[in-house]
Design a protein around this ligand. Structure first.
Ligand SMILES: Cc1cc2nc3c(=O)[nH]c(=O)nc-3n(C[C@H](O)[C@H](O)[C@H](O)COP(=O)(O)OP(=O)(O)OC[C@H]3O[C@@H](n4cnc5c(N)ncnc54)[C@H](O)[C@@H]3O)c2cc1C
Length: 393
């Protein structure tokens, strides 16, 4: 029997439509997103016009149905887009990921009336969304949140503070998680859509971030903020389910962006290694540099494979709790390792803010923390594994 030396069909082949999404976004991101990334980081400046351009290209509603103004393309197509944007500017990729996540809370849990009211301006790229879960005393243990929602007639009155809210200040609406009764724990958590112009709602202090400094991030404060019952997502007490319904897809999006970020760092490092000469030859000819580049390359490919698997599973309607955790944790660890190695390959030049790789390293760090820290993702994966075995026993 003849030995098969190469598969006759690429098992990972993209459809024509998927290739077109990837190529269109790659081209746009290289021309319009990448060039200003360093300046936006330096000036800690969010560029709203890029969000609007993403809207014109149909990216701000890519995974959502056409009836709400989206492109109806699903999670896999969004992952392809997120990798390309992450390769151009991680800050822009994170801002758009949070926007897509906030829409998903509405899409997956809203009534028809809420979807028609909230989604079209968001899918069109006119109104930005934010997702507000974290509080000063409730981070990884999100179920312990204390932002209070008290029923008052047809409204709820919200009091408390959220921190680290990406897109805050620019967002038109926030998906806010509050408790109607702290003694109920998880069963008290309730989700609301809060409009930015709600009386009693305001921005607190600006987050002074290490990386992704081209995003906006603020503390947000609720001081007797009145939110109509019509803006409550799902039933009272179902807030954590609302958050979890969106976070799986959000993790795939971050994993894809991290894959792009790492790919960019690898490419920069390889090009630098080819042109930088020491000891009368290119440093790329040194085996230790080659080993680093090879390890970076396998990390990028493995991160992409885990991300694509999780995205395909989500589009097929399969459970993605563990696969999306694996993808986010692995891809963000790869991004951290690859960007750190890129700085190493650049040597002293890599440590300088005049070159891009130190920014990529700072950008990578955050991804090990937000959308669930990588320790929490290890717990999720282990729990999934052990639960499966316990069910068998
Ligand atoms: C750049 C950036 C953007 C963000 N954007 C948003 C946003 O848009 N919306 C939002 O709601 N939040 C956002 N966050 C907040 C983010 O989700 C939280 O920082 C994250 O969930 C961790 O919470 P924490 O910071 O309170 O850390 P903590 O929960 O206090 O954790 C501290 C350390 O303890 C570890 N730890 C905690 N519990 C365990 C455990 N059970 N086992 C093992 N280790 C554990 C953690 O892994 C971590 O290393 C953002 C954060 C950053 C940095």
């Amino acid at each position: 029997m003849a030995v098969e030396t190469a598969p006759t069909r690429d098992p990972l082949a993209l459809s024509e439509e998927e290739r077109s999404v990837r190529d269109t976004v790659r081209d746009w991101a290289a021309r319009e997103v990448a060039p200003g990334a360093a300046a936006r980081d330096e000036e800690e400046r969010y560029d709203r016009s890029l969000f609007e351009r993403a809207g014109e290209l149909g990216l701000t509603g890519l995974p959502y149905p056409e009836e709400y103004g989206g492109a109806g393309m699903g999670t896999f197509a969004w992952a392809l887009a997120a990798e390309e944007i992450g390769a151009a500017d991680m800050a822009m990729a994170v801002s758009l990921s949070v926007h897509v996540l906030s829409q998903l809370c509405i899409f997956a849990n809203g009534t028809d009336e809420q979807k028609e009211r909230f989604l079209p301006p968001m899918t069109a790229g006119r109104e930005l969304g934010a997702f507000a879960l974290t509080e000063p005393q409730a981070g990884s243990d999100a179920a312990s949140l204390s932002l209070a929602a008290r029923r008052d007639g047809e409204d709820y009155v919200l009091n408390g503070t959220k921190i680290w809210i990406t897109n805050a200040g620019e967002a038109a609406r926030y998906i806010v998680f509050a408790t109607i009764d702290r003694s109920k724990g998880k069963a008290g958590i309730t989700a609301f859509v809060v409009e930015a112009d709600t009386p009693g709602f305001r921005l607190g202090s600006k987050e002074r971030k290490m990386g992704i400094r081209g995003t906006t991030g603020y503390e947000i404060v609720f001081d007797d903020a009145r939110v109509p019952e019509a803006n409550r997502l799902a039933a009272e007490g179902d807030g954590l389910k609302v958050a979890l319904s969106a976070l799986g897809a959000g993790r795939i999006s971050i994993a894809a962006a991290c894959t792009g970020l790492a790919r960019n760092a690898l490419e920069l490092a390889a090009r630098y290694a080819l042109q930088r000469r020491q000891f009368d030859r290119a440093i790329a000819d040194q085996e230790m540099i080659q080993a680093m580049l090879a390890e970076m390359a396998v990390g990028v490919d493995a991160a992409r494979l885990l991300t694509w698997r999780a995205a395909r599973m989500r589009d097929a309607g399969q459970p993605i709790n563990a696969p999306s955790s694996m993808a986010k944790w692995y891809a963000s660890d790869v991004a951290m390792r690859v960007t750190t190695d890129a700085v190493q390959i650049y040597g002293g030049a890599g440590y300088s803010r005049d070159n891009p790789v130190e920014r990529l390293m700072r950008d990578a760090k955050g991804a090990q923390i937000y959308e669930g820290t990588n320790q929490i993702h290890r717990l999720i994966v282990a729990q999934h594994l052990l639960d499966g075995l316990r069910r068998e026993a």
